[in-house]
Ligand binder design. Sequence first.
Ligand code: ZN
Length: 229
Amino acid sequence: MSITSLYTIIWTFNSNNLKVYGENQVNIVEKNLSGTAEKEFRNGVSNNDAKRALELLLRWIGENPEREGLRETPKRILKAYKEWFAGYTQNPVEILNKTFEEVDGYKEMISLKDVSFHSFCEHHFAPIVGKVHIGYIPNNKVVGLSKLARLVEVFARRLQVQEKMTAEIGNCLQTHLDCLGVGVVIEAEHHCMSSRGVKKHGSIMKTMHFTGVFLNDSEKKNEFIRLTS
Ligand SMILES: [Zn+2]
């Protein structure tokens, strides 16, 4: 064996074992000889395995994943999934870290209506499309309005159950904004019911969650419902 080929074997071995660890250990990239990413892992699953799973699903529905129009589809689906399920990599507490206390003793309700969202039902992997209405009564500190919308995104961009998502948004605000009370209402259409199963298009599911003063003060509760309906 020549020195050159021995060197190539050693170099290949080392290069194939080169691992670059991401900050949060979620994504691990292994580099190949040319230095480009050969395999990318998310949560311990390689992109290649995820792509193969999608190709299997395409075969299962009766498609040919090799045909031109579908050749890049698994790759595109994975890219879309990163965006649709970005909530798993986001921490809602970080969003509520920045608050403002110079509000001149403002004590009344702050509400935000019609925050649109897209999520996926965890039972059927079908879209849930709707709106969230949020109201809270501050206790000396308030949060920027866009942060409320971002909070909705963090919980919406995960597999969801509407009841759970309503409570998650409300409890997170109550705990980390330390306010006097929170009201959350979600109105949404579930595609697992409109496009399959009973096929009832246009049915809207409504859920609500209250904390703090809203639990005992029906006047405040009604004011919130009036403001957001
Ligand atoms: Zn469902």
